[in-house]
Ligand binder design. Structure first.
Ligand code: IVH
Length: 700
């Protein structure tokens, strides 16, 4: 059935009007119609789209939430890297002067030269994001990631109400808008109240809430989280004559309908910057969102270009922070916590106190050495500091307020040299700051943490295996090691359904999630083992280098040191870990249950073959998932980009490839299928292994 011109016109008018109302409500904070009227228009559009699905487009206001949960967030290569800015540590007016002096020096200006004009703005305490608009339509949103590669969070960002799905006015062919996703403090309190009422996890601060919400695999969950956005800069731009100043860019972004914070100004010279810093400080507590400082940017783009960068930080911008917030309260007691590596950490139990926007009841005391140095005793008045998203800490005691003699605190004595969790010995090496429980996986605290780490999103990612369930499984003696999770005699639907707060449905979901986690990558698996000093990046390096678990397990010190980026400390930690028989036993037991994609194995011999090459993936490949293809390409030294340009070396196209394939054809970029990609990363003989040998490692 074809759609009449009349219907098309009505749909277009409704979309434009709804977008206008959205902008007025969420960006300008100045609604033009009552909610009921908005709802009526929205429903009319929904009905029309339902009746004529062929006219549905992704930028329709009805499409803010759509689609099923994803298995993972795809990675996105940033065409222009997402940089960070240097922090001025001096939080006084001197900080502004130091920055101005550096800029002037770098530009070779003497005292006689006129003052430099800066754009001064707020430093929002959220997460950096890059929004890509093509011909005015939001086509991609990516997190910062490591600056070069982020995660595709497009569907989640669509749900953020003040992010326009379509720009107003005459939009450039390509406009990447950089900015911050954050949560307002009032939205944060409401969210936490409702999370608590529903027995769900409460967030420590708005920043964590924003981060957790943005990286959801299910956009329907993000849609229920009240996120907001501020634009503060640009990424890739095509088809737009850039204004001459940063301030004018922000004005233009606002005119495109993007939310730009009103608290910004042009400031001429360092004293004007210092004034801005002071003015915002006095405003800070009344702002409806968290900031952790202000940002100064040289306003003229020409000067920015001249100043350039030092190690991924622009010389033309700086973050000028505020002093951390500190308050006094009473130290009621000291609890101890046992971490994943057995570290026994003293934690201050405090009389609740409001600092930096949150009520603090606990703060870290780090270790015995710090307690001694600060001479903190139970019953003392202490100073508590909260800086940004850092865990609150006890800065020191206020001895003048000590009303009576109090005994010194000794951690080992307080716990009788025994782990409060498992009773094993707690020891502190001679030159060690930290006391450790020797119980290893026998210690429930360590084993719980080890399980949570193994099941974590960045490790094998067992969705739904949270603290509550792990606590119950370990306390009941059902599970001790990650391998136990995959033993159906221990963990099955019946057992899980019997746990607190678990129904049949959640139990079934968890069984499925555990099974799904078998399909992982070697890098995630190695990371999941929780070896000290082996973080996500090192785990990737190790996986890429060794390619197969057997090779990793067999590595000696020399073999480990041969891995680029691995030094003696990491090598020692790996060897110590593998020297423990119980760790080997766990790995052996796990080995049966886990499956890695052949991509890991292929990537290792292919190292370097795609060095400096840019590839774009599009469509569905016959056997490799997007993540696997990315592993393969990155393992070979190549980069995966999000969009096709003249600089693209290859486009790897699978089934249902869309506009990227067309663009590649138009630009004459080489196009490959999955086989072609495999050919490309096949190492030259004689280093190559026969393909049959690689094939059998891959299981569906
Ligand atoms: S500009 C090239 N402006 O701070 C400069 N960043 O280390 C790129 N941030 O992760 C950043 N408010 O997310 C800029 N007004 C602002 C900002 C801001 C917050 C964050 C940003 C980035 C970090 C910079």
């Amino acid at each position: 059935m074809s759609v009449s011109e009349e219907t098309r016109a009505r749909v277009a008018a409704l979309r434009a009007e709804l977008e206008r109302h959205n902008h007025a409500y969420y960006v300008l904070d100045d609604p033009i119609v009552p909610d009921a009227e908005f709802d009526r228009l929205f429903r009319e559009l929904q009905d029309l789209e339902e009746a004529h699905p062929e006219i549905l487009t992704l930028d329709s206001p009805t499409q803010r939430v759509g689609g099923a949960p994803a298995d993972e967030l795809a990675s996105v290569a940033h065409v222009l890297p997402m940089l960070s800015i240097r922090t001025e540590t001096d939080t006084t007016a001197e900080g502004a002067r130091a920055f101005d002096a550096r800029v002037r020096r770098a530009l070779g200006l003497d005292e006689m030269a006129p003052p430099i004009v800066y754009a001064a703005e707020l430093k929002f305490d959220g997460l950096a994001i890059s929004l890509r608009y093509e011909d005015g339509v939001l086509v991609q949103a990516a997190t910062r990631g490591d600056g070069s590669t982020g995660e595709d969070v497009t569907r989640n960002v669509r749900t953020v109400r003040n992010v326009p799905l379509r720009l107003q006015g005459r939009a450039p062919a390509v406009l990447e808008v950089r900015g911050e996703i954050y949560m307002r403090t009032d939205d944060f309190s409401r969210l936490n109240a409702s999370q608590e009422a529903a027995g769900q996890k409460v967030f420590v601060n708005p920043r964590n809430a924003a981060a957790g919400s943005l990286r959801q695999l299910d956009p329907a969950i993000t849609a229920r989280r009240p996120l907001s956005f501020f634009a503060y800069g640009l990424g890739e731009v095509q088809g737009w004559n850039l204004p001459e100043t940063h301030s004018a860019i922000l004005d233009a972004l606002a005119a495109f309908g993007l939310p730009v914070c009103e608290h910004r100004c042009q400031a001429s010279g360092p004293e004007a910057l210092a004034l801005f810093h002071a003015r915002i400080e006095s405003l800070r507590a009344s702002l409806p969102f968290d900031i952790d400082g202000v940002v100064y940017k040289v306003d003229r783009l020409e000067l920015q270009r001249e100043l350039g960068f030092v190690s991924r930080e622009p010389r033309w911008a700086v973050a000028h922070k505020y002093p951390a917030q500190e308050v006094a309260t009473r130290l009621l007691g000291i609890d101890v916590q046992v971490g994943r590596t057995g570290a026994v950490t003293p934690v201050a139990r405090l009389e609740p106190v409001f600092v930096g926007g949150v009520t603090v009841t606990n703060a870290t005391l780090h270790n015995q050495g710090e307690i001694d140095r600060k001479d903190v005793r139970i019953g003392d008045w202490v100073i508590v500091r909260r800086a940004g998203d850092v865990i609150p800490e006890v800065v020191g005691a206020i001895p003048e307020r000590r009303e009576q003699a109090l005994p010194r605190y000794d951690l080992l004595e307080a716990i009788g040299h025994c782990c409060p969790e498992c009773g094993s010995h707690v020891v502190r090496g001679e030159d060690e700051a930290v006391a450790r429980c020797t119980g290893g996986l026998f210690c429930p605290a360590q084993c719980k943490q080890a399980l949570l780490h193994f099941a974590g999103r960045r490790a094998v990612d067992i969705d739904g295996l949270g603290e509550q369930i792990v606590n119950q499984l370990v306390s009941a003696g059902i599970v001790r090691t990650p391998a136990d999770l995959y033993d159906p005699a221990r963990v099955n639907q019946g057992v899980l359904a019997g746990l607190e707060r678990m129904g049949d449905k959640s139990a079934a979901n968890l069984v499925a999630a555990i099974d799904n986690s078998r399909d992982t990558s070697l890098a995630r698996f190695i990371f999941g083992l929780g070896i000290r000093n082996v973080g996500e990046t090192t785990a990737k390096d190790l996986a890429r280098h060794f390619g197969r678990l057997e090779a990793f397990l067999a590595a000696d010190e020399a073999a480990l040191l041969a891995v680029p980026e691995v030094g003696p400390v990491v090598a020692r930690c790996v060897l110590d870990f593998l020297a423990e028989q119980h760790n080997r036993d766990v790995i052996t037991a796990l080995q049966k249950g886990m499956r890695w994609p052949e991509a890991d194995v292929l990537a290792a011999p292919a190292a370097g073959l795609l060095l400096g090459k840019k590839l774009v993936l599009t469509g569905t490949l016959p056997t490799l998932s997007r993540e696997q293809a990315t592993t393969l390409i990155e393992g070979a030294g190549g980069k995966v980009a999000g969009s096709v340009s003249k600089k693209t070396d290859f486009v790897v196209a699978g089934a249902d490839a869309g506009s990227k394939l067309e663009k590649a054809q138009a630009l004459g970029v080489a196009i490959l299928d999955e086989d072609g990609l495999r050919q490309l990363v096949r190492p030259p003989p004689p280093a190559s292994r026969p393909t049959e040998d690689q094939g059998h490692l891959f299981s569906e």
